[in-house]
Write a protein of this length. Structure first.
Length: 404
């Protein structure tokens, strides 16, 4: 009894909120349907539908949070795409199974909210009649009033729970998050395998065309020098000098190859030094701000370094930017690196191999990449990677401006 006394006001507030958002749900559903009908006729329909879909997801997030509190479990769902004001983005968003479930929930939530509002109005009418025909303040203790209060006492928490179950069934169906996660990991694993195979082929090609060919020529030159050593010492000396030069070039090519696998700057100066070096190579000025309390593991350093270097290279080559910025910080067990520029914008991972390569590289470490690049700019690429920082390292905070 005491527990119900504590929980009933909260349940009543939640039910009132659900009734209040029922009208919002009806408006959003109607807006989406009208926008879809008008989209082929008028271009304005596309941004209307995209805005309604975004608002629907925001409303669904609120109800997932409230339902999770009611049911005592976290309710989450992963949307596969984000709504956008183009046919391609809209079609991808509509193909998302969760979008269909969201629209069904909008309809059911609007109907359920209307029914609850009608039920509440009936109870209020009954109580009003009791007070109107009662005997002053003691009218609340009459049998009809007590019956109405008992109905409200018992039904409100159950209605709230029923609405929460509806939210869980449609907005966070069992297995949807797990299935989405499994699909993401499967795609990530396949992309990682392809990337590793491509990297191995690149290393093999570089070795075959570069250092291996150089070493083969070196062996032939040394053989000729050995043959000419007694009969023509001067020629032998020239051949040995040529062999020495070939050995130096082979060493340089091997050094460049190793640098492409794990840059020496990372081993010497860690991720902050590597990011600063990448910023110096960018053709446009780069503002750098790094706040990392310790070093991450070497594979994480390498992945973030190459991802940031690729993002900066894209800013210098394609964005027509006059300045760029790089931010790196650690919080909540994740390293976040943000690369932005003031260029022309319009960056789309689906239209360029550079951003897809960054996604594949970080996906191998369960990392994520989000791109915000409206037409006209600015562009910001946010890369997040979960990691545990290595303890034996001194804190490193950097704030500087690098120019290319």
């Amino acid at each position: 009894m005491k527990r119900r006394l504590r929980e009933w006001p909260t349940a009543a507030v939640r039910l009132a909120g659900a009734v209040g958002t029922a009208l919002v749900a009806a408006v959003l559903l109607l807006t989406q349907l009208v926008g879809l009908v008008l989209a082929p006729l008028f271009g304005v329909g596309l941004p209307v539908v995209a805005g309604a879909l975004g608002a629907t997801r925001a409303l669904a997030d609120v109800h997932r949070a409230v339902a999770g509190q009611v049911l005592g479990a976290d309710l989450a769902v992963a949307y596969r795409t984000d709504p956008g004001p183009t046919w391609r983005e809209l079609a991808a968003c509509l193909r998302d199974p969760q979008t269909g479930r969201d629209m069904i929930w909008l309809a059911l939530h609007a109907v359920a909210g209307t029914l609850v509002a009608a039920f509440a109005s009936v109870l209020v009418e009954v109580l009003s009649g009791v007070f109107a025909g009662g005997v002053g303040p003691f009218a609340i203790f009459t049998l009809p009033a007590l019956v109405v209060l008992a109905i409200a006492w018992w039904t409100v928490p159950w209605i709230v729970r029923a609405l929460a179950l509806l939210v869980r069934a449609l907005l966070s169906p069992a297995g949807s998050a797990l299935a989405t996660r499994v699909e993401q990991l499967t795609e990530s694993r396949a992309a990682t395998v392809d990337a590793q195979a491509a990297e191995l082929r690149r290393i093999e090609r570089d070795l075959h065309d570069g250092a291996q060919a150089r070493l083969a020529a070196l062996g032939m030159t040394l053989g000729l020098a050995a043959q000419a050593l007694r009969s023509d010492p001067d020629r032998a000396a020239a051949l040995l000098e040529e062999a020495r030069a070939d050995a130096g070039r082979a060493q340089g090519e091997l050094r460049d190859l190793v640098r492409g696998i794990h840059p020496p700057v990372l081993a010497d100066r860690g991720l902050p030094g590597g990011l600063e070096a990448a910023a110096l190579l960018c053709p446009v000025p780069v503002d750098v701000a790094i706040d990392l309390p310790a070093r991450p593991q070497a594979p994480v350093e390498s992945a973030l370094y190459f991802a940031a270097a690729e993002a900066l290279a894209n800013a210098g080559r394609h964005a027509r930017a006059t300045r760029a910025w790089l931010r790196a910080a650690f919080a909540g067990g994740r390293i976040t690196v943000v690369v932005g520029d003031d260029g022309q914008g319009g960056a789309d991972p689906r239209r360029g191999t550079g951003l897809r390569g960054i996604e594949r590289r970080l996906a191998a470490f369960d990392g994520t990449v989000s791109v915000r690049s409206p037409p006209g700019g600015p562009t910001e690429i946010t890369m997040e990677l979960p990691c545990d920082l290595c303890a034996p390292s001194s804190p490193r905070t950097t704030s500087s401006s690098a120019t290319g």
